[in-house]
Structure formats: structure tokens, C-alpha cells
Design a protein around this ligand. Structure first.
Ligand SMILES: [Zn+2]
Length: 158
């Protein structure tokens, strides 16, 4: 089944951004603070505030394309918000269930699995080469996580 453009835009942006932002922030906070409460708080802030900001970003970008109806623009806006919110919230679960370090590793594996599955599906929807799309998005994710670990190390060494 082929998704309408508006849902595809929202899902693609919301899902990828949820995994990459949440993972990077969670790892940075876990590494830097060693506190579960801070890591959980950070993930929940991403789930709400960053999801709203992404939804607004997609809303503006779809509007500026000047070729969508109001309904399509709002579909893209809401699907971005919910995709990001729901995916971001899943990263809280391991933090509640396991010790911090183990939860961080579980979340890294979960994030890799999600990026892999989403991007194969999205590439299929868009008729693109799945390996190219998966590779690109995983590379961005790895870069974001790497940078946040470095930053957390630098900050915690002060
Ligand atoms: Zn569009």
C-alpha cells in the first residue's frame, strides 16, 4: 500500500528525527550526568517539545511548497508530531526497567533496529534504493550519538 504524500512526509521526518534526536540526547545525558531521572526527563522533553517544534517545521515547509491543500498540510503536521512523540517515548521504557548503562545500550540497539526497519519501509514506499537510504540515515544517527558522547565527556570533565 502506498501512503499519501502528507503522511509519508510526517512519518519519514518524525520517525527518523525521533530516533536520532532522542538517542543522541539520552546518551549524552546518561553519560554526562549518570542520572536516570535526568535521562528520563530529557527523553520526555524531546517527546513533547521537540515533536511540537518538528511538527511546526514540517507545517511551514509543506506550506511553502505551495502545492498542498490545508488538509494535507495538517495531515503532515499531525503525523510528524505523533510519529515523533510515540517513537521518542519508547526510549523511556528501558530507562525505567534497567540500570542506566544497560538501558543506554538497549536504546542504542533499539534505535538501530528502528532506523533499519523504518528506512527499508520508507525507501520501498518512495521507490528508492533501501541500502542507500538506510546507510545515510544510520550515518547521521551515528554522527549525532558520537557528537553527544564527546560533548558529554567534555562537559563532565569540567
Ligand atoms: Zn510536500
Amino acid at each position: 500500500m502506498r501512503l499519501p504524500h502528507s503522511f509519508q512526509v510526517g512519518l519519514s521526518f518524525g520517525l527518523n528525527s525521533a530516533v536520532i534526536t532522542t538517542l543522541a540526547l539520552m546518551i549524552g545525558l546518561a553519560y554526562g550526568s549518570g542520572s536516570k531521572a535526568i535521562a528520563i526527563g530529557g527523553v520526555l522533553i524531546v517527546a513533547i517539545a521537540d515533536a511540537l517544534s518538528d511538527a511546526l517545521g514540517i507545517h511551514l515547509s509543506e506550506e511553502s511548497e505551495n502545492r498542498h491543500t490545508d488538509k494535507e498540510i495538517w495531515q503532515a503536521t499531525f503525523s510528524t508530531f505523533f510519529a515523533k512523540f510515540i517513537v521518542a517515548v519508547t526510549f523511556v521504557i528501558p530507562l525505567f526497567l534497567f540500570p542506566l548503562l544497560m538501558a543506554a545500550w538497549i536504546n542504542i540497539l533499539w534505535g538501530i533496529a528502528l532506523l533499519f526497519i523504518f528506512n527499508i519501509y520508507l525507501a520501498h514506499q518512495e521507490g528508492k534504493n533501501p541500502l542507500g537510504v538506510v546507510g545515510e540515515h544510520m550515518a547521521v544517527g551515528a554522527l549525532a550519538v558520537g557528537v553527544s558522547i564527546l560533548l558529554a565527556r567534555m562537559i563532565s570533565s569540567f
